[in-house]
Design a protein around this ligand. Sequence first.
Ligand code: NAD
Ligand code: GLY
Length: 349
Amino acid sequence: MQVNISLKKVIDNSYDITIDTIPELSYDTKVAIVTNPKVAGLHLSYLLSKIRAKELYIITVPDGENYKNQGSIDLILESLFNHRFNRKSLLIAFGGGVIGDMTGYASSIYQRGIDFVQIPTTLLSQVDASVGGKTGINNSYGKNLIGAFHQPRAVYIDPYFLETLPKREFGAGVAEVVKMAVTFNKDFFAYLEEADLSDKTLLQEAIKQAVETKAGVVAKDEKEHGLRAALNYGHTFGHVIENETAYKKYLHGEAVAIGMVMANALSVKLGLMKEEEALRIQKLLEKYKLPTSYTIENVERFYEAFFLDKKSSDASITFILPVGIGGVKITDSVDKDTVLAVLETFGKE
Ligand code: NAD
Ligand code: GLY
């Protein structure tokens, strides 16, 4: 005997991403803003001046990647249960990518899923993390290994928040902007070469272009069956660097910047990119004081560490390789000797 359950419905998860001053937001449901003490101290009063809700709560979790874990999720869920949130209630993620990923994940599991809105406050979260519905937390096995695809109902990107962002954090966000341009949009790359992103108007335009690029990719491949993996350009190498330096020396975007330089070297070696193009990318990263060099102590160990990355299957390593500027190839068939030869160029003299 066999019973078929028909689930062929078309679900429309589309949403708008507003890049501008936050509008007046009004909700006739219970709403909880999830944030951390740093962001709350700097910007919560401004946000509160914009929001009306039937009942409004603030949930504060500790700041930092170290708290992107089940403990913080429990804290958020506990508060939702205490305040009798129901399936129509809404969460607002107010902070950087850590807050965004955790709030999204909490909203994906609370009573099997409620809506959430992203109000990202770092450049990295404005151009990348808040868009596309990847949510999650870390555990002892690695980063972002627990999570769900859960799209926000809306994203409000207000560049005003970036005025309080430390320079290094800003640079880390620029790395992800460069990532979008190199992989998908050569005109955008040329724009970044010309523009000074300390100019607010030029920055807003760069945010728009990065978000448009990412939105286009997510629309084609929401759950990362193929194309979306290209957004991990620089990350295969970057994750190993973060790991080797115990997540202490580099911000994520900084490790990705070095990772992009390494991926470019591999592309050049494979004839996918010209040396001059690799140098243009490096120069752009250096314009924003991003690190572009790294000494690999042990090339063989660095190579083995690729296999710890969840994006690599057991038998192969997935490399995201730029094809010139504005194109990308996703491949798991680069032979070990070629990779080692490139890693050697970053090895000790
Ligand atoms: P973060 O959230 O830790 O923020 C960095 C620091 O800046 C924190 O101390 C934060 O409190 C502070 N901060 C936030 N806004 C500020 C402001 N306006 N002024 C001053 N300080 C401010 O880090 P991040 O770089 O925003 O995000 C990194 C996280 O994003 C990682 O956990 C990563 O896994 C995740 N991520 C997710 C996606 C995705 O698609 N979901 C994509 C990229 C990164
Ligand atoms: N940051 C990569 C992605 O959203 O797919």
